[in-house]
Design a protein around this ligand. Structure first.
Ligand SMILES: [Mg+2]
Length: 177
């Protein structure tokens, strides 16, 4: 099967990673270790969207982010039996740092950059954004769509919830086995 796997919030723990970097460089402005909603990064840092993303780029935050628990091993396991493409809404200016991260973690599979993830054709999708999940279900109602559970998303009709990519690999009852 062809897998379309989101990066941030599924493979890469962008949320805790940027927060660790922020707290290390802002001793007088500490922020919580986790987002509650999609707006939490901007609310917690008190930056506009533009200023926040500039800070992310200026500090090369994408370079040294942690993986989601067991995610890299799970991607490697999936890739032994299936085709993996990372589908991400990261801005194209993040391409170089994204590729470095994937090379560092030995999961350098093709990356498809798009704000419309439903335009990528796959058999199985994994994402953590409710809007993306709804768009994918609407465009591809017969495909397998998994929601990586995060505090900032909620059930989307037609999707299956997973706590980790590892759920797809090391739980033999799951649909892709
Ligand atoms: Mg994501």
């Amino acid at each position: 099967m062809n897998f379309a796997i989101d990066l941030d919030g599924v493979v890469i723990d962008w949320d805790s990673g940027f927060r660790t970097e922020w707290n290390a460089t802002h001793p007088d402005h500490q922020i919580p270790t986790r987002s509650r909603t999609w707006e939490s990064p901007f609310e917690d840092t008190a930056l506009s969207h533009t200023a926040f993303w500039k800070w992310i780029d200026d500090n090369e935050v994408y370079r040294n982010l942690p993986e989601m628990p067991q995610a890299v091993a799970a991607v490697k396991a999936i890739a032994r039996r299936h085709n993996v493409t990372f589908v991400t809404a990261r801005h194209p200016r993040a391409t170089e740092l994204t590729e470095l991260w994937l090379k560092d973690h030995d999961v350098w599979f093709p990356t498809f950059h798009s704000n419309d993830k439903a335009e990528f054709i796959a058999d199985c999708y994994i994402d953590d954004n409710n809007d993306n999940l709804r768009d994918i279900i609407a465009a591809h109602p017969n495909k397998l769509v998994f929601r990586q559970v995060q505090p900032w998303n909620s059930h989307v009709e037609g999707t299956y919830a997973i706590d980790s990519l590892a759920d797809l690999v090391w739980r033999p009852a799951d649909a892709i086995q």
